[in-house]
Design a protein around this ligand. Sequence first.
Ligand code: G6P
Length: 614
Amino acid sequence: MCGIVGYIGERECTPILIEGLRRLEYRGYDSAGIAVLESAAGESSLLTRVVRCRGKLANLEALLTEARPTGRVGMGHTRWATHGRPSDENAHPHKHGSVSVVHNGIIENYLALRAELAGRGHRFSSETDTEIVAHLIDEELKAQPQVGLREATRRALGKVQGAYAIVVLSDRTPDVLVTAKNASPLVLGLGEGENFVASDVPAILPHTKRVMFLEEGEIAELRRDGIQVIDLAGRPVRREPRLIEWSAVMAEKAGFKHFMLKEIHEQGRAVTDTLRGRVSIEQADALLDGIELDPQTLKKLTLIACGTSYHAGLVGKFLIEQIARVPVEVDLASEYRYRDPIIGPGDTLLAISQSGETADTLAAVKEAKAKGAQVLCIANVVDSSIPRACHHALYTHAGPEIGVASTKAFTTQLAALVLIAIHLGRRSGTLSSNAAAELIREFMALPQKMADIIGLAPQIQVIARRYGHARDFLFLGRGTQYPIALEGALKLKEISYIHAEGYAAGEMKHGPIALIDAEMPVVVVVPKGPGYEKVMSNLTEVKAREGKIIAVATRGDQDIGAIADEVILIPEAPAPLAPLLTVVPLQLLAYHIADFKGTDIDQPRNLAKSVTVE
Ligand code: G6P
């Protein structure tokens, strides 16, 4: 999610770090900083100088024009906030004692570690989970300086749970840069008399094409003249460098043709990050970052959102009502704000927004707040306008979403809504501890199933070519799959410009059936579960009118093949979780149809990523 770049060599490193960060800024970030080992005037030893600030890279560059650190070892970071809002204090690098750290990812047990460190007298200067890592490594290095930075880092990481890519430097060990990775990307670049590390290839591409990708749980020690890799147990690892053939543009997209495709692929990781530290099978519960929802006092929950986020809200209604038996009203923010909504003290409104900046959603939040309601949100961009206007925010950890058509933001919003449903269900007594534990177990298995579905892309590409010439598409679903039908239709029209309508399958006979003929592809989302038989009988009505059926169904379904022209079979999941899976083939179908038609997928005509006007 964050951008990282590090350098050790013979050249002045500040320009290399800034240029590297600039190549990562396409993702959009909220703060930036660098740490450079420089020789203090009149001193022979090196001291780390950290310069960092809130805002875009340009703000950091402005600061650097006044006082630019000079040195040949350093690291830089652009931050996408997860723990702690974007501010000067929370910007990376974080320094404690002699140790500075930049970090991408989430330290899951940071509250426990922070409490432990505080018990040993540590004081903290930021709200971040990253600062904990600097404290832990500094403690190890102080206790036994002779072990060196790599070993101190290895020992400290033994206490850390979670996802991280970190780079560490210390003015006690000026000849090394240490880096480690677990579940966050990290690439090492090999140069002549210099070496690099980065979160993403574009940052180092101008300097070298010889790279090594670190694997989970590996630590690398970079010196000017070489790199050594070990695992968390301290055993040496042999890794052969490879040559990157990507152009700069391809590298930004990590080799994917479009950001949208990259983001579709990132969904498993994004959902894992959204669940991280928030679910516990042992406690059979979901935690919401300090948001306490009490079903005894919650008479009704009002969800408001726009676009794709509104579709997440429609799924949320099903989830929360079914699992927690709390009544939920869902509305489009643009409608809600103008209908003098009945809301006031004692009521709760939950806004859903990827960007946190959508004008209609923000206005609806303000309206409800002014009337005395408690206002909460699910958002992806930390400290954006909507979370700031709300009493509490539950952040999805999707990372920056660049493609205008929302994909990973949607599935992580669904994940956040499942968390809320479990949280409420446990407190209302409608979800037993066994049922919650089972649901959470299945929840944690979803990312693997998402990856499995992404593996169906070649089949979906063939279907896309076969039907990509159609003028209209109909998408059908029932229950939780009805909003998924709406979302499938929205994805298709957004990026392929084909007219598409999503409909509740049971409503088909009240109108859209008039459109069905041999030219009309009908995409139906029909996983095994509640409503399956009903949808199957709707399909016979489509078939009777010669409609072409493309079905998303559950593996092992013996009947669907007899009625559908195309069948995309996906893994099974419990009904509340199925939308996180069924939407993936629809995203891929829209993507491949648009790609087949050659449209501008990442920036479709007339659309904007963040709609900050009415
Ligand atoms: C725009 C985007 C959509 C998004 C909608 C709501 O229309 O193109 O992808 O779903 O805004 O945005 P939000 O950031 O509030 O979720």
